[in-house]
Ligand binder design. Sequence first.
Ligand SMILES: Cc1cc2nc3c(=O)[nH]c(=O)nc-3n(C[C@H](O)[C@H](O)[C@H](O)COP(=O)(O)OP(=O)(O)OC[C@H]3O[C@@H](n4cnc5c(N)ncnc54)[C@H](O)[C@@H]3O)c2cc1C
Length: 386
Amino acid sequence: MTVPAVLPHDAAAAPAHTQVLVVGGGTAALEVVMALHERAAGEVRVTLLAPDPHFRYRPLAAYAGLVPDTRQTVAVPPLAAEWGASVVGDRLASVDLDRRVATTTHGGRIAYEALVVASGAAPEAAVPGAVTLGAPHDEPAFAALVARVRAGQATRLAVVVPPGVAWTLPAYEVALLLAHAAPPETTLVTVLTAEDAPLQAFGDAAGDAVRSLLRRRGVELRTSCPPETVAGGTLPVPLGDPVPLDAVVALARPQGPAIPGLPHDRAGFVPVDVRGRIVGEDDAWAVGDVTDRPVKQGGLAVQQADVAAADVLRHLGLQDGETAPARPVVRAALLDGQGTLYLRAEHGDDGWATVVSREPLWWPPTKIAGGRLAAYLAARETALVD
Ligand SMILES: Cc1cc2nc3c(=O)[nH]c(=O)nc-3n(C[C@H](O)[C@H](O)[C@H](O)COP(=O)(O)OP(=O)(O)OC[C@H]3O[C@@H](n4cnc5c(N)ncnc54)[C@H](O)[C@@H]3O)c2cc1C
């Protein structure tokens, strides 16, 4: 099959008949495409509306300079073609849910029978003056910071978890990676988190494991700290003068896109039920970071994508029975510069059941765990290395 290297830039390229329109080009959208294909190949016509011709593996892209380049930038058109979807290279501008028509920013209109929105969240800066981790506009500043840390020119660093962020692992990860990258015995990294304990959303065992790792690596931890603590670029010291900081890195506060025509909460996120169906709608779903689920995590997005794809097929009459909602399992792979700490947490009737291990707890042992995309990327990486 011949696949265009560059995506067509208008929705006139949309196939005449789209059954399922999947919006987005990230983990959640690609997983939906793959799940639809695996469950109903040849029976369902899928169109992917994605503005960027490349998929970037966000958890590793954010740590450029600190982790090896794993070449996990993947061209979307061949991947979509392999998994049975047509691609339109444009951006969703608005939706008419009653008429089942999506409009793109270039003025294209795509009629659909079922809509799955997976357009992610925007990484909003939450701490003035800080470098926002994972925000595209701060990538050059982060790269410059990494160079200074490696050269021993930035030795007092703070990493901040602002309130309202539930997926906090990247803060502990970047603190450990920066501490590891610095020349020995030169640098003090302090994590200041609004949480009462590290990884607070996943129970005590996960928090204890991270706390103990930070202690062993000499990373200081201050909990229940508001971001204003580092305002002015200084770190307060009890009974002492504040210590000037060379740099502050902060997690982004996710912001929803508030796409016209879609229901959304005050932060712009789309409200969904346990099957990913947009609340109050019969033929529209949303998955991943764009939804009102508090924990914005790729592994959870993959689980949501699988359930939503099954529910879409059931809605189209291509799958029988009720769609069973998934019981979410959090899988976290924490890179610390020397290896990986794997955490698996599942919430049951008796609270959190957590496993912590230096050996992989899932396979392939990717940062975004589970699903078809992880297996696809792992196989592709092996092929590239061979
Ligand atoms: C530093 C960092 C570390 C992380 N570590 C982990 C980890 O260890 N494990 C883990 O599971 N998760 C991790 N995550 C979170 C994970 O990256 C996200 O939860 C995941 O990428 C969400 O996938 P998504 O597809 O919902 O959104 P995104 O990945 O944001 O993708 C959204 C897609 O939609 C497209 N889009 C945007 N607007 C529109 C529009 N209007 N129309 C059409 N398309 C649009 C975008 O171009 C993009 O392709 C980490 C994130 C960061 C920043």
